[in-house]
Design a protein around this ligand. Structure first.
Ligand SMILES: *Cc1c(COP(=O)(O)O)cnc(C)c1O
Length: 408
């Protein structure tokens, strides 16, 4: 490893809390779909800062909008109105069909807000404090205590229990498992229309529609976590729009700011009228003019670039190429996901493949030990896909040893 990189890594490990086993590169700048480390090495980025940089790096219009806002005002607190927040909220309303927006600083905070809204909605109905939430196994909703409490991966959750309590876990795409968790105390069902961290598993249309109908019937709120699968990643601005299943509350973050830390939870007027009122929820930074200028510009650029159309086209090509790898390599069991949120499920740990790819200038991440996750910037081209596939092919061959080529 180069000396400069080595020195920075030593300093990082001396100062930062070691909650991540990081890859041994120090990133310096980005341009389009490429990143450069401090040694000047170039990487094709198929991780996008974990499904964040939808527009790619160093987008001039996005950068300009942020710089303009920095020159004017970056923070006001929520005691006052600011124009970027008004504009961003109106744009989010328009593209989602939801009615009210609360800006947060992260995805976890958006989920926290959604949980609070659901509990308050139930509390307003009966004055009780024993309401239950149904969440999914293999879900991921963030690292704060509330979000963690509805996260279906025991490894993340168990060391920190007890959580908020009154949470039951059902199986995605198994409607009966949801039904068996429902009680008169159920106030919300929270799920990702395409599970991200949990393994790139899409919910089926039938499952989502039945859950929606169940919620309707029992006055249970449907909370959809669109933090990873939203903002165009599946070829629809929000993954649920593909099925026409509208949530009562929705959480967004990651791609909504394209690099500025911002999230939001949105709700219908019906939920708003009967849940969080003045004084019930707040945040110092949430919805500040800088973050909202980012959201606003991101939404404008999605439209300007016709990004959803692009995602549908390029993701069809990506799927075809990934399916080629599945038939080429015995150690890849299958591909799953939606749009530019794809997973290759291996029969062994993928860490060696990721490391081989990194050394060849391709950034990839995993979702669990045996799933390779591809969540590139939404602006990638077919040529970028070809470049990625070429490097990935070599990396699989080098990283899996006995995996080898299939017997085709
Ligand atoms: C990343 C993620 C979160 C948490 O977002 P943070 O911004 O890291 O707090 C929540 N839900 C889903 C589906 C995510 O992918």
């Amino acid at each position: 490893m180069a000396e400069k990189t080595q020195q920075y890594i030593e300093r990082a490990e001396g100062a930062l809390l070691h909650t991540y086993n990081r890859y041994p590169i120090v990133l310096d700048r980005g341009e389009g779909v490429y990143l450069y480390d401090i040694e000047g090495k170039k990487y094709l980025d198929f991780a996008a800062g974990i499904a964040v940089f939808s527009l790619g790096y160093n987008n001039p219009e996005y950068k300009e909008a942020l710089k303009d806002q920095i020159d004017k005002l970056t923070h006001t607190s929520n005691y006052y109105y600011n124009v970027p927040a008004i504009e961003a909220a109106e744009k989010l309303k328009k593209v989602s069909g939801m009615d009210r927006v609360f800006f947060t600083n992260s995805g976890a905070e958006a989920i926290e807000g959604a949980i609070k809204a659901a509990r308050k909605y139930a509390w307003e109905k009966d004055g009780c404090t024993d309401h239950e939430i149904i969440a999914m196994h293999h879900s991921f909703h963030g690292r704060t205590m509330g979000a963690l409490s509805v996260t279906g991966t025991p490894k993340y959750r168990e060391p920190f229990e007890p959580g908020i309590g009154h949470v039951k876990f059902a199986q995605l795409n198994d409607f009966d498992s949801v039904l068996s968790c429902v009680t008169p105390k159920t106030c919300a069902i929270v799920l990702e229309a395409v599970q991200g961290e949990g393994g790139l598993m899409p919910a089926t249309e039938d499952f989502l529609k039945r859950v929606r109908a169940l919620c309707e019937e029992k006055d249970i709120l449907l909370i959809l976590d669109e933090v990873q699968c939203g903002m165009g990643r599946t070829g629809f601005l929000f993954a649920w729009q593909r099925y026409g299943v509208k949530p009562d509350i929705m959480a967004v973050a990651k791609g909504v700011g394209c690099g500025v830390p911002v999230g939001a939870f949105l709700m219908t007027e019906e939920v708003a009228q009967h849940s969080l009122k003045a004084g019930d929820h707040g945040t110092t930074y949430g919805g500040n003019p800088l973050a909202c200028a980012a959201v606003s510009k991101v939404l404008d650029l999605f439209e300007k670039y016709d990004l959803l159309h692009h995602v549908r086209e390029v993701s069809a090509y990506l799927e075809e190429k990934l399916d080629g790898l599945v038939s080429q390599f015995d150690c890849i069991r299958l591909r799953r996901g939606a749009g530019l949120m794809q997973g290759l499920v291996f029969d062994r740990p993928v860490a060696p493949v990721i490391n081989e790819a990194l050394s060849r200038g391709l950034i990839l991440i995993n979702a669990g030990p045996e799933i390779l996750r591809l969540v590139p910037p939404l602006v990638i081209t077919k040529e970028n896909v070809d470049e990625m596939i070429g490097i990935l092919e070599e990396s699989i061959a080098a990283g899996t040893g006995s995996c080898g080529e299939g017997s085709l």
